[in-house]
Design a protein around this ligand. Structure first.
Ligand code: ATP
Ligand code: MG
Length: 348
């Protein structure tokens, strides 16, 4: 029955029983004695009353009140979680509402479970990646130390060299652990941004100098798109923005063109923001890989082949820092032509 409720159900049952009784009374009295319509009406009325009220009472008491209890539980659960709830009086639509609430609740739980499953896969990948990245330097160190202990220490041909290699592996491990610490701090929002106004041109020049030796070793060159003799003031946490510039410029050293590698830095005035672009003339990133470069530990196929050092955390850190500033970072690239990373900062 559509929109069934205790009153309708009781009414139906009472009418059915009264009809059945009347028919039986009619047949019996018609066959065996006098048929008395008044007696039948009084009887029907009584019967209708008894059946109607007893049915209604039973339904309400045992079925409807139980459903109301479920509804109350849902209502309280929602209220405890601080969700918006509409308090309805008990009425004919209670069952439909309970049904609706249960459906919504089920849908929400399903979404929560899906998210938990995704997190689980992510956590597993993350652990796998950390293990993979730390494994190489640890086993290298073990190999060098064992060789030194097995007599290599007295061999002047290898002892110094092996200690140097050990130190390199330890540096690698420290760099990974530091990157992980940075990411973890950024993700748990343990970092409070200390925003100041500063000149982004000056900061970029300082980072150019900081990376100069590294760049020269790899035959790379940094330059500004324009002269930039005037300061460009921005607002942000200087220490973290410096980290962004270091990570992006370091990438352009690593993945820039092998010969005549040039990295250009440009600034664009965008009313409230400054857009900073870092463009290299490297081998670029393919369209199917570009969407993933900001993921933790992601490294492109060609990067893995050509550049051994690298964990794939640099750009994930960049993204976190820029987003913590409520700004955006993106990348565009063409294979064989080069890559541009662009991020915005609030004008100071
Ligand atoms: N300028 C670029 N040109 C081409 N590919 C790039 C460039 N910058 C980044 N990539 C690709 O994006 C990947 C992720 O970069 P990211 O800086 O996060 O990691 P990484 O440089 O490999 O390691 P890390 O920065 O942690 O030492 C790189 O491995 C590389 O494949
Ligand atoms: Mg990097």
């Amino acid at each position: 029955m559509k929109n069934a409720n205790p009153i309708k159900l009781s009414l139906n049952n009472a009418l059915l029983i009264v009809l059945f009784f009347s028919l039986a009374y009619f047949i019996v009295t018609y066959l065996f004695s006098d048929f008395n319509i008044y007696l039948l009406l009084v009887f029907d009325l009584l019967l209708f009353g008894i059946v109607f009220f007893s049915f209604k009472y039973t339904l309400e008491k045992f079925v409807y009140q139980k459903i109301r209890l479920i509804y109350k539980t849902i209502y309280n659960l929602k209220r405890q979680k601080g969700l918006k709830v509409e308090k309805h009086e008990y009425d004919v639509n209670t069952i439909e509402r309970v049904n609706q609430e249960v459906l919504e609740w089920g849908e929400k739980k399903k979404m929560e479970i899906d998210q938990l499953k995704k997190n689980e896969v992510y956590r597993r990948d993350f652990l796998g990646n950390i293990y993979h990245e730390l494994k190489t330097p640890i086993f290298n160190i073990q190999g060098y130390v064992l060789t030194l202990l097995d007599g290599g220490l007295e061999d002047p041909a290898i002892n110094h060299e092996y200690l140097l290699r050990t130190e390199k592996s330890i540096d690698r491990m420290i760099a990974i652990v530091e990157d992980l610490e940075t990411i973890s701090n950024l993700e748990t929002s343990q970092i409070v941004l200390r925003k100041v106004k500063f000149d982004i041109v000056e900061l970029t020049k300082e980072v150019f100098e900081f990376l100069e030796i590294k760049a020269k070793k790899k035959k790379k060159e940094f330059y500004f798109a324009e002269k930039n003799d005037k300061p460009i003031m921005v607002e942000g946490d200087k220490k973290w923005i410096r980290q962004v510039l270091v990570n992006l410029l370091e990438n352009s050293i690593k993945y820039g063109a092998a010969k005549k590698g040039k990295t250009k830095v440009s600034f664009f005035d965008m009313d409230e923001n400054i857009l900073i672009e870092i463009t290299d003339n490297g081998y670029g990133i393919s369209p199917d890989e570009i969407l993933r470069v900001f993921e933790r530990f992601y490294r492109t196929e060609s990067a893995r082949k050509t550049e051994k050092s690298g964990t794939g955390l640099g750009l994930a850190i960049v993204k976190h820092i820029i987003e913590a500033h409520d700004q955006t970072v993106n990348v565009r690239s063409r294979i064989g032509v080069g890559t541009t990373f662009a991020f915005t900062l609030k004008m100071g």
